[in-house]
Design a protein around this ligand. Structure first.
Ligand code: ADP
Ligand code: MG
Length: 246
């Protein structure tokens, strides 16, 4: 979008009003490079440009060591680009303090990891309650919301269990409930089915797709070609460079 230099101030103002009504993409990476100093220095990501719209379902594939987790860590505000810009929901994140990054992470993002990362001595319900401590969810709503999230993933009958008593698939369902309970805009998943068998993988994929149909945006890293192929949009990273597959 360009504005001619001789346009009137009023016309510019009108254009700005229209622009502010447009919904910005939920994720926007501009020329993002991430270097680890070493030695030897590693450029884990090289000049990445990526736009993800609300409701997208994106899979990211690529060999081990190609930069996938680095990309997800940056998207998740767990790491920062060395060079380039990251806008989340239209806001530049580069100037955020650590507290602001944590707050935005808690409100807008949900994470699902290969190893589930549940607290072993907490019940299923307590695990799902945990992220709401930081997300601004009113105290009186938290238990109902956690129970509803667990119902949604089919684990309403397991709320009082400890994670160790659950199967791998059930643990990942708890992790998904924990990721969605704060009503984030985006779910970031790093090898979410890497520890699951084929049947359970299909269950988790079906759950992601159901949540995506409800409008939630997904970015899913996977080694599993079948998982990748189910995504509406597929991205490949090789040696820190990104390409769109289709
Ligand atoms: P992937 O998830 O695709 O397997 P990563 O994003 O984890 O790859 O890693 C990409 C590259 O960056 C690798 O060469 C890795 O060794 C390097 N790397 C990742 N994290 C760090 C770090 N904290 N310090 C140094 N090098 C790192
Ligand atoms: Mg990785």
């Amino acid at each position: 979008m360009t504005t001619t230099t001789d346009s009137l101030t009023g016309a510019d103002a009108a254009t700005d009003v229209i622009r502010s009504d447009e919904i910005p993409p939920v994720i926007e990476l501009r020329d993002v490079t991430r270097s680890f100093p070493g030695p030897p220095e590693v450029q884990a990501l090289k000049a990445i440009n990526l736009t993800v719209a609300d409701g997208d379902y994106v899979s990211i594939v690529g060999p081990s060591g190609s930069g996938k987790s680095t990309m997800l860590n940056i998207l998740g505000l767990l790491d920062r680009p060395t060079v380039g810009e990251y806008r989340l929901a239209g806001e530049l994140t580069g100037g955020y303090t650590e507290d602001e990054r944590a707050a935005v992470r808690a409100r807008r993002l949900g994470f699902v990891f290969q190893a589930f990362h549940l607290m072993p001595r907490r019940t299923v319900l307590e695990n799902v309650l945990l992220p709401m401590l930081y997300s601004g969810t009113p105290r009186g709503e938290r238990t109902d919301r956690a129970r509803a999230a667990l119902e949604r993933v089919g684990l309403g009958h397991r709320v009082d269990f400890l994670p160790g008593l659950l199967s791998g698939g059930e643990r990942q369902r708890v992790a998904v409930a924990r990721a969605v309970v704060t009503q984030p805009r985006v779910i970031l998943a790093d090898e979410p089915t890497g520890n699951l068998d084929q049947a359970t993988t299909a269950d988790i994929m079906a759950l992601f797709e159901e949540l995506n149909a409800g409008g939630l945006t997904f970015v899913v890293i996977t080694h599993d070609q079948h998982v990748a192929d189910r995504a509406a949009r597929r991205i490949r990273i090789a040696d820190g460079r990104m390409s769109e597959l289709s």
